[in-house]
Design a protein around this ligand. Structure first.
Ligand code: ATP
Ligand code: MG
Length: 415
């Protein structure tokens, strides 16, 4: 083999530094989801191709150009999951869960899309998401958005994110809007991009999602969804906004916001950031009342979102992740200290604290090593500390050094 082996285009190896951030994001999301009553679900990484082809819509970007489709040795067609909602909906139907509504699910894992790789856009990427099935209430949209907002706060990036929100209205409103859009875009067909000409045939709403500059100019004057909302849809959106205001979640209504997938209705939303260049959407979702029925299940309302872990991890301040992951290095400075240090390390681990006992090398080198490994504290034990029943504790982030009572050390670290 002459060429150097590399990971496939658009995939990457997550080394421990990066994994630490991924874990922090996932653990934060997992804990918060539990508090909100979302139970974890894990669906297969591949599903029968029709699970995605039918639900996302043949004309969606994802299905028309991004799925990894393959036939297995038996000749059956499968697709690596490009997103999580369709798999959760499939599980809901095939596990016969419709008697247990409402149901709230949390998931996290790798997704696959054949995309042009760039920063923040990969072929294997990671998403975590939340799906709430069985509630028609607009306040379940609010609760779902509140979970997303709490997550962004918890991982220290909410100040860099903006919630954009819009409504697509119910089926009746969407049909009226669709007719108006078809008329408008047909009048401007010659100036549309090739992609949007195809969208005009298949799903005109999706033209509003186009990133083509020529399209954007035409879109700016297109008939606004808002004009076609019936009273029911307007009322629904009013309640969603009232709930979001009640919780004090900063947001802005973006009348041009649509979602790239077929199954959305009423509320759609995205959290965007200016800190990641072109890949600015970190979390996106909406209501999908028609999805389960479209897949052959009983009519079941739903609302949910998915977030790109790669992008969240990129924004998360490393200090937060490190702080969340209390990690302590213990150093025995002399013979007496070394014996005591194995007891101290043992105690710390029993208390649930990740501990590394650094047993060799010069003192300075060991402290450097602790820092390099990402430890937050170094605890040093020598003969004098042992005699005085003390531990000398150095905070590697602030440089502060304290002599702490041996009995108080765990409390001190957890402070
Ligand atoms: P984009 O407009 O960036 O292509 P999308 O609309 O295709 O996003 P969704 O299907 O809504 O994305 O997925 C939800 C989130 O998953 C996105 O907001 C983003 O954070 C993340 N995501 C989507 N595709 C990728 C990818 N190829 N690499 C990394 N993250 C991704
Ligand atoms: Mg995309």
């Amino acid at each position: 083999m002459s060429e150097k082996l590399q990971s496939p285009r658009g995939t990457r190896d997550l080394l421990p530094d990066e994994s630490l951030l991924f874990r922090f994001v996932e653990e934060s999301a997992y804990e918060l989801s539990r508090k909100y009553g979302y139970g974890e679900i894990e669906t297969p990484i591949f599903e029968a191709s029709e699970v995605f082809h039918r639900t996302l819509g043949e004309s969606s970007d994802v299905v028309s150009k991004e799925t990894y489709d393959f036939k297995d040795r038996n000749g059956d067609s499968f697709t690596l999951r490009p997103e999580g909602t369709a798999g959760v909906a499939r599980a809901f139907i095939s596990e016969g869960l419709s008697q247990n509504l409402p149901l709230k699910f949390y998931y996290s894992g790798p997704m696959f899309r054949y995309e042009r790789p760039q920063k923040g856009r990969y072929r294997q990427f990671f998403q975590l998401g939340a799906e709430c099935l069985g509630y028609e209430s607009p306040y379940s949209d609010v609760e779902c958005i509140a979970l997303a907002w709490d997550l962004l706060k918890k991982i220290g990036i909410s100040q860099d994110c903006t919630l954009e929100i819009n409504t697509l209205g119910d089926a009746e409103s969407r049909t009226a809007n669709r007719e108006a859009l078809v008329k408008y875009f047909t009048d401007h067909k010659e100036s549309l991009s090739a992609d949007s000409k195809v969208r005009l045939e298949k799903n005109p709403l999706r033209i509003l999602d186009s990133k083509d500059e020529g399209d954007r100019k035409i879109i700016a004057n297109a008939p606004k969804l808002e004009q076609y909302l019936n009273e029911k849809s307007k009322e629904f959106f009013k309640q969603v906004l009232a709930g979001i205001e009640k919780l004090g979640i900063p947001h802005k209504v973006n009348p041009l916001l649509v979602r790239g997938l077929d199954y959305y209705c009423h509320t759609v939303f995205e959290f965007t950031t200016s800190k990641l260049g072109a890949q600015g959407t970190v979390l996106a979702g909406g209501r999908y009342d028609g999805l389960i029925e479209m897949m052959g299940g009983p009519k079941t309302p739903g609302v949910g979102w998915a977030a790109g872990i790669d992008r969240l991890a990129d924004l998360t301040p490393k200090e937060l992740a490190v702080k969340n992951d209390l990690f302590v290095a213990v150093i025995g400075a002399d013979e007496k200290g070394e014996l005591e240090s194995i007891a101290l390390a043992h105690e710390l681990r029993s208390a649930g604290i990740r501990t590394e006992n650094l047993m060799s090398g010069k003192m300075g080198k060991r402290i450097q090593k602790a820092d390099k490994m990402g430890a937050g504290f170094v605890l040093i034990l020598g003969e004098s500390e042992v005699n005085d029943k003390k531990v000398s504790c150095k905070n590697l982030r602030t440089g502060q050094q304290d002599s702490v009572d041996r009995t108080q050390i765990i409390a001190h670290l957890q402070k």
